[in-house]
Ligand binder design. Structure first.
Ligand code: ZN
Length: 259
């Protein structure tokens, strides 16, 4: 079983009647229900409003893949929780960032770039082209699929060059966007997926649900890096091969490295 934690900001659903009409129980519950259709996936949810945003060290330790939807409350996510998530990703946990999560603290930290993009809210049509049909995230899809009403995101997208671009979107208004991008950070896999504006029923779409199930399976850990933040000094006598000190030494024996 792949253990997935679906994280939702859960703010617009409380404040906006328009969003509540589409997602009366919150977007995270719909995303979770879509994933739970797959017998290989075990889902739990967590939200901003919970203590530690529902992402205690224990919850993260029991999470193989974390999905993230946030929009208006990125700044309210505590830095200590962001750091904890980053360490888990470097250690092997997969993470899937959805739509407006491009400006979340965790995505910006993992990318190290602006993560900026163009946008327009006009309910326009989006056609997502599969640019990498051999990729596990595109399994079972046709050569493209359409979302009838979306918010437009346009290039340039301020991210590091992805390892793989799985989807490129074309929008009715003319812009294009790299809608499905993958990176590796430490032992962890990162997938950014563009669709998911909160006033449209995008997380009910069959193709979107399939992409998310595929992405969870792709992002599940293949190995682990147990202490990804540590930079231990290896004393001469502990070197795998016998070694004799040569030349001058800057560091005293047993001294910690500079960080
Ligand atoms: Zn949006």
């Amino acid at each position: 079983m792949i253990r997935v934690t679906v994280w939702g900001e859960n703010v617009h659903e409380q404040k906006s009647e328009k969003v509540r009409k589409v997602y009366p129980e919150g977007m995270h519950t719909v995303i979770a229900a879509g994933l739970a259709e797959d017998p290989e996936i075990k889902v739990r949810t967590a939200t901003l409003q919970q203590p530690e945003h529902g992402l205690s060290a224990e919850v993260l330790a029991g999470t193989d893949v974390l999905t993230w939807w946030g929009h208006c409350a990125h700044k309210q996510v505590e830095d200590a929780v962001v750091e904890r998530i980053q360490e888990r990703v470097l250690g092997g946990m997969g993470i899937i960032l959805l739509h407006s999560a491009h400006f979340s603290k965790i995505f910006k930290r993992l990318m190290g770039t602006s993560c900026a993009l163009k946008w327009r809210e006009a309910g326009e049509k989006e056609r997502l082209w599969v640019t990498n049909p051999g990729h596990a995230i595109a399994r079972g899809l046709g050569e493209c699929f359409v979302l009838p009403n979306t918010e437009m995101y346009g290039e340039p997208f301020g991210v590091p060059t992805p390892d793989d671009v799985v989807f490129i979107s074309w929008f009715e208004g003319g812009e294009v966007f790299r809608s499905g991008c993958t990176w590796r950070r430490g032992a962890g896999k990162v997938f950014y997926f563009r669709p998911g504006h909160e006033t449209y029923p995008i997380f009910f779409d069959q193709n979107v649900k399939l992409v998310l199930k595929n992405a969870v399976k792709w992002a599940a850990p293949e190995g682990a890096w147990t202490k990804p933040l540590e930079a231990p000094n290896v004393p001469i006598e502990q070197a795998p091969e016998k070694l004799v000190q040569k030349g001058e030494k800057l560091h005293a024996p047993g001294q910690k490295g500079f960080k």
